[in-house]
Design a protein around this ligand. Structure first.
Ligand code: DGL
Length: 267
């Protein structure tokens, strides 16, 4: 493993591209490999044991590619797997994502924070611990939104279907008094415009791509593994259907990217 080794980033599908976008901005010189575990999307309604098995498979794949770091660009997988992953690969820098509860607790005036995430994240002991630690005084209201994940996986980011899917959950949390909304799933930033329109212009919507990218940069620097010159590269892979990922990635990230399938052994 060296400074020139790659950084592996993965999610159940294309949601993690919202994190990858921030990583590309903050770390423009790095070789990046993104894996969409599309054969197994969504993670949100799977057992923690299943999500952990997939995390092990993806981590082993990145290690087989001599990765210097791995980003679990998925709140659900972070909640289910981050601690055992670190035990399994103690020499690998492993970065997870979790809902932005701490900044939300600082921002709220009403004392009520709304969180949209998957069922898996919201039911996890890790989420309960996060809330207890970072927002003990705040009333947290929750809404699982599996439909939002499906919409993003279909490339539906606006229009009547999206507005209809967003309206009721947002209205429910606003009616419960939430004046800050946490996008606790990496798919949801792609629906930001629709969520903002339903919530009203003054409601902060918090996501974690940028802070995660900054933390990754800090960790690479600390370990002497940060690349500071040369062009960055990006390859996208899927455990599902490559042309589908290529079409989605050109919509969500940029056109003309290098897209292929993850080797069968890791699917
Ligand atoms: N994007 C994921 C997350 O941040 C998972 C969505 C899913 O697969 O259900 O939780």
């Amino acid at each position: 493993m060296s400074r020139d080794s790659l950084i592996g980033v993965y999610d159940s599908g294309v949601g993690g591209l919202s994190v990858l976008r921030a990583i590309r901005e903050a770390l423009p010189h790095e070789p990046l490999l993104y894996v969409a575990d599309t054969a197994h999307v969504p993670y949100g309604d799977k057992t923690q044991a299943f999500v952990l098995r997939r995390a092990y498979a993806l981590a082993d794949y990145f290690v087989s590619r001599q990765a210097k770091a791995m980003v679990v660009a998925c709140n659900t997988a972070t909640a289910a797997a981050i601690a055992p992953l670190r035990q399994r690969h103690p020499d690998l820098i492993i970065i997870g994502v979790e809902p932005a509860i701490k900044p939300a607790a600082h921002l709220t005036h009403s004392g009520v924070v709304g969180v949209f995430a998957t069922t898996g994240t919201l039911a996890s002991p890790k989420f309960a611990t996060l809330v207890q630690r970072e927002a003990p005084e705040v009333h947290i209201v929750l809404h699982p939104c599996p439909e939002w994940v499906r919409l993003v996986e279909q490339g539906k980011l606006s229009g009547p279907d999206v507005d209809a899917a967003v309206r009721t959950p947002v209205a429910a949390l606003r009616a419960a008094g939430a004046d800050v909304l946490v996008l606790g799933c990496t798919h949801f930033p792609f629906l930001r415009d629709a969520i903002q329109a339903a919530a009203g212009p003054d409601v902060p919507l918090l996501e974690t791509g940028a802070p995660v990218a900054r933390w990754l940069k800090h960790q690479l620097h600390q370990h002497g593994l940060l690349r500071t010159d040369g062009a960055g590269t990006l390859r996208l892979e899927t455990t599902g259907h490559a042309p589908t990922l290529a079409a989605l990635a050109s919509q969500l990230l940029a056109p003309g990217l290098d897209v292929g399938e993850t080797p069968a052994r890791w699917r």
